[in-house]
Design a protein around this ligand. Structure first.
Ligand code: FAD
Ligand code: FES
Ligand code: MG
Length: 286
């Protein structure tokens, strides 16, 4: 169980792994995530199920290396096993035929956007996807997104690939050309989701965002993931992770995400000193 079957780089600091988890693959619905522990002394971290293959009994995880656990995961090799994997967790995305749905993914946010976009596509929506990153090397899963989009627009902040600009500017251009948008789904860094909501709110387009608060148990017991939505305290793990973007207190979310920066840095420095440093060759390594 939980054997890593494939692992490789999608770009600098971004990894993709295919993991044996037949029960999770079968039960998973778009929008849901898992919580894993990489080794027996490891902490619990949430990652979205970016893809799955029910016949093969596998799920795909895509993650960005930002700290101790995500760097550790990047040192794992095919044949290694994760200590445990809990899921699927969170409420599935509400999927129906809305009309035209614009999916907006920034950076690593494209991974969680992928299954939701696929669900919207399969539900008969006209899907326009906007995939953005700071620079060309950080663009991920553009081919995967192309397969499940009627229109795919790619942007980079520095203009190194696709449209030069932010995903918000691309969204604004779709609005300006007169396309009637029935729903936006935005996933990415918190400032990006807030910026998207500012554009969509001005155009009165309902907007769903997927929040990434710190999570521990993932079942509504610890309170670590609390977020404020429409003035009410909600738990990201059981009430979300998707919420009405117009109602989210993004400032509070950012503050809570930065709560443990000090200890996280100490932990990362310690990890770097003792890194087990798996030296396996990563296929397609970047
Ligand atoms: P650390 O140095 O420990 O933390 C770096 C930053 O990550 C922290 O400052 C904090 O803001 C955040 N963080 C730390 N611990 C947690 C935690 N337990 N839960 C949530 N955030 C934390 N990232 C991906 O790259 N791909 C995904 O598909 C993905 N899906 C997610 C789905 C959900 C529902 C949530 C809540 C988060 C998701 N994340 C995803 C974010 C991912 O969980 C964090 O990047 C990871 O936990 C960082 O752990 P670390 O030990 O490597 O870094
Ligand atoms: Fe503990 Fe949500 S992660 S309540
Ligand atoms: Mg950590």
């Amino acid at each position: 169980m939980f054997e890593i079957l494939e692992i490789g780089r999608l770009g600098p600091g971004v990894n993709r792994a295919v993991i044996s988890a037949p029960d999770i693959a079968r039960a998973h619905r778009p929008g849901q995530f898992i919580i894993l522990r990489a080794h027996e002394n490891g902490e619990r971290i949430p990652l979205t199920v970016a893809d799955k293959d029910v016949d093969k009994g596998t799920i795909t995880l895509v993650w960005q290396e930002v700290g101790t656990t995500t760097y550790y995961l990047g040192t794992m090799c095919p044949g290694d096993r994760l200590q445990d994997l809990c899921g699927p967790l969170g409420k599935p995305t509400h999927l129906e035929k809305f009309g035209t749905v614009v999916g907006i993914g920034g950076g690593i946010g494209v991974a969680p956007l992928h299954p939701i976009t696929k669900g919207m596509y399969d539900a008969g929506n006209h899907v326009i996807s906007i995939v953005g990153a700071r620079t060309e090397g950080l663009l991920i899963m553009t081919d995967d997104m192309k397969k499940i989009s009627h229109e795919l627009l790619i942007s980079t902040d520095d203009g190194s690939f696709g449209i030069h600009g932010f995903v918000t500017q691309v969204l604004q251009s779709i609005i300006d050309r007169g396309t009637k948008i029935d729903l936006c789904v935005a996933i990415g860094p918190v400032p990006m989701m807030r910026a998207v909501v500012n554009v969509s709110r001005a155009a009165n387009i309902p907007t769903v965002v997927s929040l990434n608060p710190i999570m521990v148990d993932g079942t509504g017991m610890c309170g670590a993931c609390r977020v404020e939505v429409a003035g009410k305290t909600m738990f990201g793990c059981v009430d979300g992770p998707e919420f009405n973007g117009f109602d989210v207190d993004f400032d509070l979310l950012m503050k809570r995400l930065a709560m443990y920066k000090g200890p996280e840095l100490i932990s990362l420095n310690k990890f770097r000193d003792t890194e087990r440093g798996c030296k396996c060759t990563i296929p397609g390594g970047a």
